[in-house]
Design a binder for this molecule. Structure first.
Ligand code: PEP
Ligand code: MG
Length: 552
């Protein structure tokens, strides 16, 4: 008899394979290897600890490279942050303290890791809470290294479905992607770093699937639906056949979309719309090109600054911006200046607590006040502009004066760079209603606009973008939002400058017809959304798009 289980859809895709049950030996179970060992000399134990931590750091750094190359996603940064954690001085100090109190080394590592994870667990910020699992993963690996090495997740079949109580992010990064078709875990959730990594690697995953460990035995056939979050253990022949047909249909669909790659995104009535990619790291450029992106419409530089204890300097930023510019050349790459504050924070840059952070010191406001951040970024951007077509985009603009100040600063830096600076265009993000309402004034100050619908919707409808209680209000098709987009496009086109949309709405099939109807020139979205958007744009008739804004 088949068993159907429901979990959480953690990474999309369908897969049929054989169950490999995995109970990772190391880590943070109630007992870890070596827990009961007699305490030895603390000095010697500490030396062993440092050696193991160094080893784990090196391993995580090389995994980071592998994942960046293979998945090309911001996911690789998770492993980079974990690599740093491995040699965290506070963690080492806590291990040392426990050793001096006579705790055996393996238990000291586990307890120190648990103490650090518990602190993070207790925090309000979901992002920081997420890191608790990462800390446990790292200290689990150190404990495993001390016990003689960690087992890699098994991949005994060429169609392995890995089933585990939980899976730490670093184990996802070590999966044999040629043989592991899907992951199912009893615990964990869709927003975990492990889920993000699975998505980046294109491995379907269902997490929080309680009962799976009891239902499946080694080698069982398992059908995993990473879109719906469901798992079918030992499907009946008819069920298996139906699932196989779905897998085949999905593969056909993907092949059909791939064939569109080199065709232009032109509507059925002949209007060209540029489709571009939103990227977080240069390593993702490959995925953008494979998806048929005609450029990068939004490069969010924050990701270079997140998940690390220090700030990236000019050289590191230059290398990243240059890499994305070169990879995409001769296509344009729009790089947004650092957009933090609101819901985005940097470990290396503690910001004052604000009553209303979304209405506070964020985006261009903070950036203009902090030349120590802005100047190295501008230098890196202008230097990268010699290696491709780099455009600079300013986030959170509410007033003309901000754009003037930004341009003056950029020009000052450019004068200092002389020959080392390349040509650039300056664009404005329209994501504050004031910018849309005064778009005619702003259009005189910039070479292009990019509408950030995520923020424009939240500010227009006064509905926090991260609050699920008001999610129903957050509708980019609300007439108030569409009217602001309309005003923006009209003002831009009156001045002869193009308008992109780079918020989530740009890749949303429900919203695309309205955006095309309003005259938006470019849609910028995650690379994975481009093929379907292209198919939709190519099928749009004039009647379709007019219907989308009827009555506006
Ligand atoms: C937006 O607000 O729509 C946008 C693209 O910026 P972010 O999502 O990074 O705030
Ligand atoms: Mg925004």
């Amino acid at each position: 008899m088949s068993v159907r289980l429901q979990g959480v859809a953690a990474a999309p895709g369908l897969a049929l394979g054989r169950a490999a049950l995995w109970h990772p030996r190391a880590g943070h179970g109630p007992e870890a290897p070596g827990d009961g060992a007699a305490p030895g000399d603390p000095e010697q134990a500490m030396a062993r600890y440092r050696e193991a931590a160094r080893h784990v750091r090196a391993e995580l750094e090389s995994l980071q490279q592998v994942v960046a190359g293979r998945a090309g996603t911001e996911a690789a940064a998770i492993l980079g942050a974990q690599a740093l954690m491995a040699e965290d001085p506070e963690l080492a100090a806590e291990v040392e303290r426990l050793l001096r109190h006579g705790t055996p080394l393996a238990r000291a590592v586990r307890e120190a890791g648990e103490a650090m994870a518990a602190l993070l667990d207790a925090l309000q910020d979901p992002y920081l809470r997420q890191r608790a699992a990462d800390v446990r993963d790292v200290t689990g690996r150190i404990a495993a290294a001390l016990a003689g090495g960690e087992e890699a997740p098994p991949a005994p079949y060429e169609d392995t479905v890995l089933i585990a109580p939980e899976i730490p992010p670093s184990a996802v990064a070590r999966l044999d992607v040629g043989r592991v078709r899907a992951i199912v875990t009893a615990g964990g959730g869709a927003t975990s770093h492990a889920a993000l990594l699975a998505k980046g690697l294109g491995i379907p995953a269902v997490m929080g699937c309680s009962g799976v460990l009891e239902a499946a035995t080694e080698g069982d056939a398992v059908a995993v639906d990473g879109d719906a979050g469901s798992v079918l253990v030992r499907p009946e022949p008819a069920e298996e056949e139906a699932f196989r047909r779905r897998v085949a249909r999905a593969a056909e669909e993907a092949a059909g979309l791939a064939r569109l790659r080199d065709l232009p995104a032109v509507t059925a009535y002949g209007r060209k719309v540029m489709l571009a990619a939103n990227l977080a790291r240069a390593a993702e450029a490959r995925a953008a090109l494979e998806a048929g992106a005609e450029g990068v419409g939004l490069f969010r530089t924050e990701f270079l600054f997140l998940d690390r204890p220090d700030l990236p300097g000019e050289e590191e930023q230059f290398a990243e911006y240059r890499a994305v510019a070169e990879a995409m050349a001769p296509r344009p790459v729009v790089i947004r200046t650092l957009d933090i504050g609101g819901d985005k924070f940097l470990p290396a840059l503690p910001l004052p607590r604000e009553e209303n952070p979304f209405l506070g010191w964020r985006g261009i406001r903070l950036w203009l006040d902090r030349e120590d951040l802005a100047v190295p970024q501008i230098r890196a951007l202008l230097r990268a502009a010699r290696h491709g077509e780099v455009h600079i985009l300013l986030p959170m603009v509410a007033d003309v004066s901000e754009v003037r100040r930004a341009r003056a600063l950029i020009e000052r830096v450019r004068a200092g760079l002389g020959e080392a600076a390349g040509p650039y265009k300056l664009g404005i993000m329209v994501e504050v209603p004031a910018a849309a309402l005064a778009a005619d004034r702003l259009a005189a100050e910039a070479e292009f606009f990019s509408i950030g619908t995520n923020d424009l919707v939240q500010y227009t409808l006064a509905a926090d973008r991260g609050n699920p209680k008001v999610a129903a209000l957050s509708d980019p098709l609300h007439p108030a939002v569409l009217r602001l987009i309309d005003m923006t496009v009209r003002a831009a086109h009156a001045r002869g400058i193009p308008v992109a949309v780079c918020g989530d709405a740009a890749g949303d099939p429900r919203v695309i017809p309205a955006l095309v109807a309003l005259g938006v020139d470019e849609l910028s979205m995650p690379p994975a959304a481009i093929p379907a958007a292209k198919r939709q744009v190519r099928s749009l008739t004039e009647a379709d798009v007019q219907a989308a804004i009827r009555g506006l």
